[in-house]
Design a binder for this molecule. Sequence first.
Ligand code: ADP
Ligand code: MG
Length: 488
Amino acid sequence: MAETVPYRVEGETGPWEVVIGMEVHAQVLSNAKLFSGAATQFGAEPNAQVSLVDAAMPGMLPVINEFCVQQAVRTGLGLNAAVNLYSVFDRKNYFYPDLPAGYQISQYTQPVVGKGKIFLDLPDGSVREIGVTRLHLEQDAGKSLHDQHPDHSYVDLNRAGIALMEIVSEPDLRSPEEAGLYLKKLRTILRYLGTCDGNMEEGSMRADVNISVRRPGEAFGTRCEIKNVNSIRFVQQAVVYEARRQVDLIEAGGTVRQETRLFDSGRGVTREMRSKEEAHDYRYFPDPDLLPLELEAAWVENLKRDLPELPDAKKARYVATLGLSPYDASVLVAEKEAAAYYEAVAKGRDAKLAANWVMGDLFGFLNKNGLDITRSPIGPDQLGGLLNLIADGTISGRIAKEVFEEMFATGKDAGAIVEAKGLRQVTDTGAIEQVIDQVLAANADKLAEYRAGKDKLFGFFVGQTMKASHGKANPALVNEILKKKLAG
Ligand code: ADP
Ligand code: MG
């Protein structure tokens, strides 16, 4: 396990450390809501997906959706966490126009999932463990719309009652980079499991970021909570800004007040929203309409057995059986579609070469063109075909780059491009010899210098020969023949 990524905020009076804990709300992937059968699709007409339960009509009763519970339990298992066979739904009471019942059903003292851990893959290849405190199920609220009318606000209850998993971390994160890595890794795991789509732009994953500062080695300081940050970049900006603000405040003789703040992404600053409310303000009590949630151990065991191979296991396999570096492996497993693509390319081929092409050329071109791997114009079989041509000596690695670009632009197979453009590597020693003779004849001055002891010119002759052959001469043969000629 790795030490933290060192991150220090320099103050007037010396360095400070930042301490971060994250509360992530992840919308459960499910066709129906947590306690009603209403649909959950994103982008529907306002109030088109609202049942009488979601609207809190008198006499309506919640009925728990087993699938949502299953999703939460699978997520817990994926976070290496303890699943609680007995958990309780409470009412968290507060008034809000988009919360028609006047309370949110949530889990408080007895959540469905307890302690777990998430492993961060650091750029130097090491791994850092971050504690997960708990995961509980709760309902989302509706949405107030203030921008539809000059002097009215509207309420859209489509989101009301959708199942959320709140995933709380220990205050183990120590830098903006780690905060970003934590969210990325969590999102990767949720997507592998298919329990949340992880789309922060659509709000299906949102982070509350708790931040405090301390002198290295001292006890934790008072924290502020930055609510509902909806992109990884904003989370990192919020940490940088907020840590600086707290350090400056303390060094100027002030004290940090525990409060809830907002991140203003336009200005890159955090602003006070309200002072921190306490749990007792919500008058939590067990929801009398719902029985405690009791799970059977065998049911949980079944879910555990049916989990897919998760990113950490996949990464370990790539390192152990394919010989990849831990960092390369962690990059390849970050998206399950990319991992599947890579495995298809690597199958029966040089796994490291395949990794270099997928992570380097392919990811580079996809990035530049704003495409994700599922929309790659080059399929895994096609990239595999290109690697075959390198492996059997039909083309050199350099020509392969050219062929790759053409494949990306046209979607054609490597073989067809090589034939059409006459890019086959020249392995005919006679032909190569001829080119070398021409190069030596055209550079008689350099040849004389070489013979007089300027060994470095060897590379020059190799380069000229490759150029004269339009990159098609087999480089190993060029070297070999040149050596012979120059020795003579
Ligand atoms: P609450 O229930 O009031 O939200 P918790 O104790 O559950 O408070 O903590 C919420 C989050 O705040 C957790 O993610 C936790 O890791 C984080 N946290 C707690 N103490 C600190 C601290 N001193 N600095 C930064 N984060 C903290
Ligand atoms: Mg909280």
